[in-house]
Design a protein around this ligand. Structure first.
Ligand code: FAD
Length: 380
């Protein structure tokens, strides 16, 4: 027992240290010479432009290395550390955190499958290239088992036909892990995962669905991709045939926990703005208490992944429901205290107005709150 506690304490100290390194590297948001200055963050958001400079800065710091588990040659050994790193980015801009961090989601199925796909995935992610996670299809939403995109074995390869939408980095990403139907029968074993590396396929078989104007994370590439006879080699399968839903459900246990980093970063922003605006101390105190509660839930979730992985189906669903909801509450309660400026895009609370819009997306992706409450009911 004491050994476990000692290991956990050492790992946590290292995690805080690396997050502090990233924080110092990025600099203060208020500093125009910093690597993620607020002034540029707001400009990119207003213009709905992808925050390429910030993403490049994160690549230069070496964040992609932290997306690849040690077992596959990277630096990821602790979900808690990744949570802190992503929170550090989200505390400056959720668009950047989503735009960069989506690769964690895109790659995670390969780590869970732990087969030959992981080595290829590690090369892509290690090179700082974006990977998408293609689960959702238009009009099928959370019902992943109803996916219609087909992946049919053909002469030594796999042929994909269909689409995925809406998908983070579908257009700008180098690769996408696609959940596709490999058998024409109902049930979860009819779906498999396939890695489409765009550098390996005929580009004429790919088409893109344009980004739609979003209320939050306005600069992010949330678009779609169509496959028309796209051929990938047989070894681009991720996991065994029919294992698609199983691997996705395992992967979601990690990604749902990590989504908390986005909400915690949004909460950090919100509290800082409330304090800077000098609103009623009671509003700040309530917000701080709720953010601490959210942090406790998220930290427990990240730690449990290492000490009680068998509980993660339930734990990750709790984290994914509670943390965004608590942070949405901080923002909802803080807005009236800021008055009309909370609604003005070009006013003194412009950053508040942005984070209020951005934070709302967290409760929608990776299984929305109702879907996760449904998971809780099923588990209980
Ligand atoms: C910004 C953004 C980025 C995204 N990025 C990605 C991505 O990278 N990859 C990807 O695959 N997808 C992505 N998505 C899609 C996202 O995961 C879906 O929006 C999500 O799966 C929910 O689908 P839906 O919004 O169509 O709602 P639906 O699932 O169609 O739900 C409609 C309604 O039914 C309810 N409902 C659904 N299922 C249940 C249930 N089991 N029990 C009770 N009620 C239920 C919902 O709560 C909701 O009210 C993204 C979405 C957004 C907004």
């Amino acid at each position: 027992m004491s050994t476990t506690v000692g290991m956990v304490t050492t790992a946590a100290a290292g995690a805080y240290g690396r997050a502090a390194d990233l924080d110092a590297y990025l600099g203060a948001p208020a500093d125009p010479a910093g690597r993620m200055p607020l002034v540029l963050t707001l400009e990119r958001d207003h213009d709905r432009v992808f925050p390429a400079e910030a993403v490049a800065a994160l690549d230069a710091w070496g964040l992609p290395r932290h997306y690849v588990p040690e077992a596959f040659g990277g630096g990821l050994r602790d979900v808690f550390e990744l949570l802190l790193l992503m929170r550090t980015v989200a505390a400056r801009d959720l668009t950047v955190a989503v735009g960069h961090g989506k690769t964690v989601l895109g790659a995670i199925s390969a780590w869970a499958a732990a087969d030959d796909s992981a080595a290829h995935m590690a090369r892509i992610v290690g090179a700082g290239e974006a990977v998408s996670w293609g689960l959702t299809e238009k009009d099928r939403g959370s019902d992943l088992a109803a996916s219609q995109t087909g992946a049919v074995a053909t002469g030594g390869g796999i042929r994909l036909d269909g689409h995925k939408w809406p998908i983070g980095n579908a257009t700008r990403g180098r690769a996408i892990t696609v959940l596709a139907r490999t058998e024409d029968k109902p049930g979860p074993r009819a779906l498999s995962l396939v890695l489409v590396d765009k550098t390996e396929v005929d580009p004429a078989t790919l088409a893109y669905r344009a980004r739609r104007p979003l209320h939050g994370i306005r600069g992010a590439d949330i678009s779609g991709i169509d496959f028309a006879g796209t051929i990938v080699s047989a070894d681009r399968r991720v996991g065994a045939p029919g294992q698609g839903i199983e691997i996705v459900l395992k992967s979601l246990q990690v990604t749902r926990t990590l989504c908390a980093a986005l909400s915690l970063g949004a909460g950090d922003q919100a509290l800082a703005y409330l304090a800077a605006a000098g609103v009623d101390a009671a509003v700040i105190a309530r917000g701080a208490a709720d953010l601490l509660l959210a942090e406790a839930v998220a930290f427990a979730g990240a730690r449990l992944f290492h000490v009680a992985p068998g509980e993660m189906a339930l734990t990750s669903a709790f984290v994914k429901v509670l943390v965004p909801d608590l942070v949405d509450g901080v923002i909802r309660d803080g807005s009236p205290a800021l008055g009309v400026s909370a609604l003005l895009e070009d006013g003194p609370s412009a950053a508040w107005e942005k984070v209020a819009r951005d934070a709302k997306v967290v409760s929608i992706f990776d299984g929305n709150s109702v879907v996760n409450l449904n998971v809780v009911i099923n588990e209980l």
